[in-house]
Design a binder for this molecule. Structure first.
Ligand SMILES: [Zn+2]
Ligand SMILES: [Zn+2]
Length: 571
């Protein structure tokens, strides 16, 4: 299945290649523009009937997109890949080195990291206009730690590979237990590699099977206790370590390789206080080696409850009462979801059915607003029509409270996409930024302030605008946004989509401290995205949020009272 994200990446790749080749800027921009249009659209690639019908997408780009959708690649890119050296493209990862500079370097003979290092050392680069001594120093430094692969990958990308590997491992012979550890198990935003812990009595046989995994790009190590490989998945290289251990050491090894480093340091201190020492094999005690069967047993030895992986940061997990933290079962609603009225794949009825099946007692339908023409954003008139469909769904599910909501754009000039006279008809309004990410902090903050100060806006969605690993987001000042939200009674979102994961845990901590209420939302565009709720909850737990901090753990009545207080101007 090819996704919109894959297509965006494909277009960006083409534009980078063109830039490195020194092609005409109009041609380069056509691909860039198409990529950012697709990005803003948040629409599924497969749902686009005719690419040329999209404003801003020319014939050439449309042909590339059509070809990519059917074949997964394009003649345009394949030809470029033959013309531009791969090692040269890899240099783009060096900070401050863009396509234009790379094109100039190519002219003097740079084709990869090695030739670049040479040209830096022999003074060629320094003599080139636009480079200079400082730049050369910066690049030389970057080259020292330059790895062509693998890089840190977003959780959402890793998740697919983990699921595939788990299915494969479950079918392998001679594996007693296995589990993924590392930063993935701790549900971090990005992961450098994957660590799987496997217990077995037949390491040789397990190793042989591992070396036969599909899509292995490189075998780094193939011992009887550790197999390290690099998998190639689409555009990404994923480093995977498999640690093969005796089942008696499984729990200790899993704990050790789950980390974090800081967490493990604290654990070792606790052990030291008792004259013991913890290693990946077990606990060295006065009576000999203690090998816990489970992580619970290991924690219990130091009078600790089981500390869930997402909390293992070496911060508060040893002191805080972990029982009061929010859990997935506390969630009663999802309050940011799209339907076929804009760019979702489920109809209103299907979405309500799906939320009912998850056991929710309330929810909100929040399609895009009219500014997002590109994804069929809703005019006032269409939103009124949608209410009829929502009314029918209410009849079908009398136990479910369904809010008629909308995800309203905050326009580039800071105005909102609807007038207050219309907004007051809505049960619930989200405000979001989907355009002009390159504005100054002042401009961005003015837009967010306007939204917070509108009495009908109950939530600011995905407050940073970032897409992990692909887009930095806009120039938001989180401290100021938290202040504004607290002052105006506006909630902030914890977007559970692993590509977004904003607010981050540290920002959530600030929000909680200021008394700002949070909503954890999946921003669902297709059914499987409803499942991301659990990831959003894990991230809220990292910030030690409790149910009272999170509006979707409340009843619909409590939530409506919260929205109403802002509408009435009650502080
Ligand atoms: Zn949005
Ligand atoms: Zn949305």
């Amino acid at each position: 299945m090819r996704t919109t994200q894959d297509a965006i990446r494909h277009l960006e790749r083409i534009s980078v290649y063109l830039e490195v080749k020194g092609e005409n800027p109009f041609k380069i921009n056509a691909f860039r523009k198409a990529a950012s249009l697709l990005e803003a659209a948040e629409v599924d690639l497969m749902d686009i009937e005719d690419f040329t019908a999209m404003k801003g997408i020319g014939k050439g780009t449309a042909t590339v997109l059509e070809e990519f959708r059917t074949t997964g690649t394009s003649t345009a890119l394949t030809e470029l890949e033959q013309q531009v050296p791969e090692g040269l493209i890899a240099l783009l990862k060096i900070p401050g080195l863009g396509g234009k500079k790379l094109a100039k370097l190519h002219e003097v003979g740079v084709i990869d990291a090695d030739s670049f290092a040479e040209k830096l050392a022999d003074g060629t680069v320094e003599a080139m206009p636009g480079f200079g001594k400082k730049t050369v120093e910066k690049y030389s430094k970057a080259l020292e730690t330059f790895e062509t692969r693998p890089e840190r990958l977003p959780y959402g990308v890793m998740r697919k590979s983990v699921a595939e590997l788990e299915r494969t491992l479950a079918e392998m012979e001679h594996i007693i237990r296995f589990e993924v550890g590392g930063s993935f198990r701790r549900a971090e935003e990005t992961c450098k590699d994957l660590d799987f812990i496997l217990s077995t009595e037949r390491p040789k046989e397990v190793k042989e099977q591992l070396l036969e995994l599909e899509q292995i790009d490189e075998i780094i190590a193939a011992g009887d206790t550790k197999v390290s490989i690099v998998l190639k998945r689409d555009d990404a290289y994923i480093a995977v370590d498999f640690r093969l251990v005796d089942d008696l050491a499984f729990a200790s090894t899993l704990h050790h390789f789950t980390g974090s480093k800081d967490h493990n340091v604290r654990m070792r201190q606790l052990a030291k206080e008792r004259g013991e020492s913890i290693s990946e094999y077990g606990v060295e005690t006065k009576e000999g080696l203690f090998q816990p069967k489970t992580e619970e047993e290991l924690f219990a030895r130091y009078d600790l409850p089981f500390i869930p992986p997402e909390l293992r940061a070496g911060r508060l997990e040893f002191e805080a009462d972990l029982n009061t933290l929010i859990q997935e079962t506390d969630i009663h609603a999802d309050v940011h979801m799209h339907t076929t009225w804009s760019d979702g794949t489920l109809s209103v009825e299907e979405l309500v059915d799906a939320c009912a099946a998850r056991g929710y007692s309330w929810m909100a339908i929040t399609d895009h607003s009219k500014y997002m023409k590109f994804v069929n954003g809703l005019t006032e008139e269409r939103l009124r029509k949608q209410r009829i469909e929502i009314e029918a769904a209410r009849k079908k599910h009398p136990d479910m409270t369904i809010l008629c909501g909308v995800e309203m754009d905050i326009l580039p000039d800071g105005s909102l996409d609807y007038e207050d006279t219309f907004l007051q008809e809505m049960d619930y309004v989200i405000a979001s930024i989907h355009s002009k990410f390159d504005q100054t902090e002042e401009e961005i903050m003015q837009r967010l302030e306007n939204a917070c100060r509108n009495p009908y806006v109950s939530l600011i969605a995905h407050p940073t605008g970032r897409i992990i690993g692909r887009r930095e987001g806009y120039a938001v000042n989180i401290d100021r946004l938290v202040e504004l939200a607290a002052e105006t009674g506006t909630a902030l979102e914890m977007n559970a989509n692993p590509a977004r994961f904003d607010l981050t845990a540290s920002s959530l901590v600030k929000a909680k401290a200021a008394g700002v209420k949070i909503m954890i939302n999946t921003d669902t565009h297709k059914p499987e995205m409803l499942e991301d709720m659990k990831l959003g909850v894990l991230h809220a737990r990292k910030a030690y949020l409790e149910p009272s901090d999170v509006i979707n753990t409340w009843t619909a009545e409590e939530a409506r009272a919260f929205f109403e207080r802002k509408r009435q101007g009650v502080k």
